[in-house]
Design a protein. Structure first.
Length: 364
């Protein structure tokens, strides 16, 4: 009997498909009742697989039977072609047109009765799901067209093909087989470093808008990483061949991206609070010292993360508590000043996320 592990989707973000609140493993299920459950379109096999006998066919060929449930789910029939790809120690079988069908995926979004944030989430989800063409239509299109065009500009390689009073057609021209997740993550790191560095001057300079724009750049890159990871999961052997990534590597890259995006968000929020605080100059210097310590913590953590130095990551894990303790002391001494509570809360959150990134290194 072939068994599967299956996952159930909860009411969380449509594109954070690895995040624990979104999917959780429940139990093993008989293959005959399994097909409607999957993670992001990818079926996860348990190790309990049945053996199938290899049959000699002619002088140079061998034959093996395929699971009937997979045949039914893939809508295959006698005479259809099946794509066979040879990896280092295994074969990958899939319906011949799987990749072509993915490239042709289209979606229509009705804008009527929907807020701009809701439409943004819907477009982002379609982008990460690798829909190649998204069309907006509806009676409210004209009044929402400017916001829709702004959303499109925030997604890498998404272009407007057609624009009139009745519909907006967007098209994606990316070749996902040429998108390097590792390179995208390194670009995110460069931006995050610059954001943390510029925090040090944010009491004296107005960096709010500047950091907001850089945070949007991080978001754009993160959406593309999530999309590339999803594409890699649907084409695991191709991903292994092109980039030497396994599915475990993709999971690790997902969490790295998730944490980098969160660090950028918290940095942006801290700078907003710094811009509105009533802290006197001498107290501002104390908070700058806290920020510099967090920045150094991040630089050490990301360095060990990129080189997979688990021992260094374990040593770095001890730095969270002293940083939080210093932040608590600062708050106790300055809680009466405007925005101090929020500013310190975001700082503690920032340190916690950096710590989680460090834990990703020594646990994976």
């Amino acid at each position: 009997m072939v068994k599967f592990i299956f996952a159930v989707k909860t009411a969380a973000s449509p594109y954070h498909f690895f995040h624990p609140p979104v999917y959780y493993v429940t139990k093993h299920l008989n293959i005959n009742t399994f097909p409607q459950y999957y993670i992001g379109g990818i079926y996860i096999f348990d190790s309990q697989m049945e053996y199938r006998k290899l049959i000699s066919f002619g002088k140079n060929s061998f034959v093996i039977s395929l699971p009937k449930a997979w045949i039914r789910h893939s809508k295959l029939k006698k005479g259809d072609l099946i794509y066979v790809e040879e990896a280092s120690d295994h074969l990958v079988l899939r319906p011949h047109l799987a990749k072509e069908q993915e490239e042709e995926r289209k979606m229509t979004i009705d804008v009527d009765g929907k807020t701009i944030p809701l439409l943004t989430r819907e477009l982002n989800a379609a982008y990460i799901e690798n829909y190649r063409e998204v069309t907006f239509k509806g009676k409210e299109l004209k009044e929402k067209s400017k916001d829709i065009l702004d959303m499109v500009r925030k997604l890498i390689a998404l272009e407007v093909l057609e624009l009139d009073s009745e519909h907006i057609v967007t098209k994606d021209f990316l070749d996902m087989d040429k998108v390097s997740v590792k390179d995208l993550i390194k670009k995110m790191d460069i931006i995050v470093r610059s954001m943390l560095k510029d925090c040090n001057d944010s009491f004296d300079e107005d960096n709010v808008e500047n950091l907001q724009l850089r945070d949007e750049d991080v978001n754009r890159l993160s959406f593309l990483v999530y999309r590339a990871i999803r594409h890699g999961l649907r084409n695991p052997s191709q991903t292994l061949k092109l980039f030497n990534f396994t599915t475990v590597d993709l999971l690790n890259y997902y969490w790295t991206t998730f944490h980098l995006e969160a660090i950028a968000d918290e940095t942006k929020r801290i700078v907003r609070a710094m811009d509105k605080t009533s802290l006197p100059k001498n107290k501002q210097k104390d908070f700058i010292t806290l920020l510099q310590n967090a920045q150094n913590f991040y630089l050490d953590v990301i360095k060990s993360h990129f080189v997979h130095d688990r021992q260094k990551a374990l040593l770095l894990s001890t730095r969270k508590k002293p940083l939080v303790k210093s932040a608590n002391k600062f708050f106790d001494e300055n809680e009466d000043f405007k925005r101090t509570s929020y500013m310190v809360d975001r700082y503690r959150r920032l340190v916690g996320i950096i710590h989680e990134l460090d834990r990703l290194t020594y646990q994976h």
